[in-house]
Design a protein around this ligand. Structure first.
Ligand code: SF4
Length: 693
């Protein structure tokens, strides 16, 4: 009976960046089921994760008491049973656990680094970065944006002057043409995908570009299944046509941009007829796509991690920005640049300064004026003016002996880092690791202290979705046992590390954030509590916010966006005789990131219970392996065994591998080479050998 509940609470789905609003139906102190409600991003819709992926919050593996590593515990390694940890850890009081946690961090300055979380609230992200900067005097603080859209952020900051989307994805209803590149929204942003499908059904031209034949292809007017890593060649060829045939928007370029002559000159070398073989798309198709996009009244570009997770990820985004700018497809209804954000609060956590080069609102740590404004608000001394280390650099610094202690909140680098054995070895080397989480994750296996935290349905706080929509999350049930809200744990830890923090609620933290973040002008805790959502920027206390920005220029010097030409760069690792195929990693509809939540959700785990990878049927035939049979995948980093699936959408020389499964961890295989600007790893291209297991 769907009416069989005691209370209902409005909150926000904890999985992807779409940010669907949900109603949590509670009975007998447990969330019984979830329904979609009328948020601006979802209008009542939910995908299978939002609808069924909630019961992990009541899973018996939940951490309910603080834990301290036993003195007689086995050597650190991936060797703890999350349901039976007593061989490695002992229960502790909060007092003791916080004392031990702080004791290993306090006074260690540059030896400490922190990973915060895009699963936590804006207030928790803000407190976390403040703790590392104020408490230890440097900027070695990062989170999973480094593995997600860091290269998109680098290109957007460079060329547009703002890291967020220029238009909400719902603006597609006002577009004539939309490009979706390097993204699989049907699985990874499923509710956004429903708007894309509706757009195509009412006659909008949907141009899908991806090395995999992703789910949107059934709705595409054009499907460009290009060769992995050939994005820049393909996009430059399309822009070559726009320049050669003078299809660009001259008035817009002159009014709002700079450096177009350099871009146009650069593109001369990228004729479609020259690029066709490199990108595997016929020259005539490239020409037709160029004419379609440039000739549209209003066009949008959406992209995902297929664009960002390359050593040329920033160049890929530079091309997309240039393509939109030269066509004048920014700042009007139905136009815009939209990197589809992955995690539910990766936009908000980045806005809140959980990154090593920027303070809240992307204010540079190298700017003395900015830093002194923060130290004034924080009422404390200075912190370093040097950009901090990123996620993967921090692990390198552990191996080099520079970083010896870490505080990790809600992230799982023992599963998510590229070349993950390198990260696991680094975690084992630390002489002090504090992990704050809701489960004993693979990363918590290596902890000295584990602090039990709260799931989304147990806490108050704001989150910001891919659309720049700041939304209010509310608690529906109490945390289990002695588990606490993350913001409160960080405050207690900071106090024990000597900081005079008086924060007593998320509302109080939000009020401090507003003093440092102009993006939150006209957005208050009280207002969000009342209306649930405000899109930033909000121009007045009543303005629901601006879905489209930069119609009157850009937040760069002179108000102009910039063209930055991009060259073709080969992937860091080319296939060869030993490793002849291409490995690409990603997500599946039913599982979220490293699987800690969705693999503990009954329905989701029942639908997709087993580690699997996908190959073209002809490749499986060549290998003599039936669908359902086992394969061994080997790269220069390591080897895994995994069940094979046949999928015609995967090119014959590729393997697609989800990264949610610890028993066949994809990142044992991935290449740690990074983009030089965004420092994002090349998850989308590794050379791999595939054999029957
Ligand atoms: Fe949650 Fe994303 Fe699905 Fe919406 S589309 S229900 S935010 S996972």
């Amino acid at each position: 009976d769907s009416k069989d509940y005691d209370s209902e609470v409005a909150s926000v789905c904890p999985f992807c960046g779409v940010g669907c609003q949900v109603s949590l139906k509670v009975k007998d102190g447990r969330v019984k089921f979830v329904e979609g409600i009328d948020g601006p991003a979802n209008e009542g819709r939910l995908c299978v994760k939002g609808r069924f992926g909630f019961d992990y919050i009541h899973h018996p593996h939940r951490l309910t008491v603080p834990l301290i590593r036993r003195e007689d515990a086995p050597a650190k390694g991936l060797n703890v049973d999350p349901g039976n940890w007593a061989t490695h850890f002992r229960e502790a009081t909060w007092e003791e656990a916080l004392d031990v946690a702080a004791g290993g961090l306090k006074g260690r300055g540059r030896e400490v680094a922190g990973f915060g979380s895009a699963k936590c609230t804006n207030e928790e992200a803000y407190l976390f970065q403040k703790f590392i900067r104020q408490g230890f005097g440097h900027n070695n603080v990062d989170h999973c944006t480094r593995l997600c859209h860091a290269s998109s952020v680098a290109a957007l900051m460079e060329n547009v002057g703002s890291a967020a989307v220029t238009a909400t994805f719902n603006e597609i209803e006002n577009a004539d043409v939309a490009i979706v590149i390097g993204a699989n929204p049907v699985e990874n942003h499923p509710v956004a995908a429903t708007y894309f499908k509706q757009f195509a059904k009412r006659g909008g031209k949907l141009i899908v570009m991806d090395p995999r034949g992703v789910g949107l292809r059934r709705f595409a007017s054009h499907m460009l299944q290009f060769r992995p890593g050939a994005d820049v060649a393909m996009l430059n060829a399309i822009m070559h046509v726009i320049v050669e045939e003078e299809l660009f928007d001259r008035q817009y370029i002159e009014a709002y941009t700079e450096n177009f002559p350099a871009e146009a000159a650069h593109l001369k070398d990228f004729a479609p007829e020259k690029m066709a073989d490199i990108c595997g798309i016929p020259a005539e198709t490239l020409r037709e796509v160029a004419r379609t996009f440039a000739g549209a009244r209003a066009g949008m570009i959406f992209w995902g991690m297929g664009v960002s997770q390359h050593i040329h990820g920033t160049d890929n985004s530079r091309c997309l920005i240039a393509l939109a700018l030269m066509c004048g497809h920014v700042g009007r209804p139905g136009t815009g640049l939209h990197p589809l954000r992955g995690q539910n609060n990766v936009q908000g956590a980045s806005d809140a300064g959980l990154i090593p080069m920027f303070l809240p609102d992307y204010q540079s740590v190298t700017d003395d004026g900015v830093r002194s404004a923060f130290t004034e608000v924080w009422q404390s001394g200075d912190f370093s003016n040097q950009k901090g280390l990123t996620v993967t650099e921090i692990m390198d610094a552990v191996h080099e002996g520079h970083i010896k202690a870490m505080y990790i909140l809600g992230e799982n680098p023992a599963m998510s880092d590229p070349d993950v054995e390198h990260a696991r070895d680094a975690l084992a080397k630390l002489d002090h690791l504090v992990v704050q989480d809701i489960f004993l994750t693979e990363t918590a296996n290596y902890a000295d202290v584990i602090l039990p935290a709260s799931a989304f349905a147990e806490k108050s706080g704001t989150v910001t979705n891919t659309n720049r929509q700041v939304q209010m999350g509310r608690p529906a049930v109490p945390p289990p046992g002695q588990a606490r809200e993350d913001w409160a744990i960080t405050v207690d830890l900071a106090r024990r590390c000597g900081l005079d923090w008086q924060h007593d609620s998320p509302a109080d933290v939000f009020a401090e954030m507003k003093r440092t973040m102009k993006s939150l002008d006209n957005i208050t805790w009280e207002r969000l509590s009342r209306v649930n959502v405000v899109t930033y920027p909000s121009l007045t206390p009543e303005d629901p916010g601006q879905p489209i920005v930069f119609g009157e220029g850009f937040p760069r010097a002179g108000g102009r966006a910039k063209f930055t030409p991009a060259n073709v760069i080969a992937p860091a690792e080319a296939p060869d005789a030993d490793y002849p195929m291409i490995l690409t990693t990603g997500r599946q509809l039913e599982h979220w990131h490293t699987g800690s939540m969705t693999r503990r959700s009954k329905v989701l785990d029942a639908v997709e219970p087993e580690a699997n990878c996908s190959l073209h049927p002809s490749t499986l035939r060549r290998l003599g392996v039936e669908p359902g049979g086992m394969l061994r995948l080997t790269t220069r980093r390591g080897s895994i065994e995994i069940m094979a699936r046949a999928d015609r959408a995967v090119a014959p020389d590729m393997v697609f591998l989800p990264f949610a499964y610890v028993e066949a961890a994809a990142n044992i295989l991935t290449n740690p080479a990074v983009d030089p600007y965004g420092k994002i790893p090349e998850f989308k291209f590794s050379a791999v050998r595939v054999e029957p297991a």
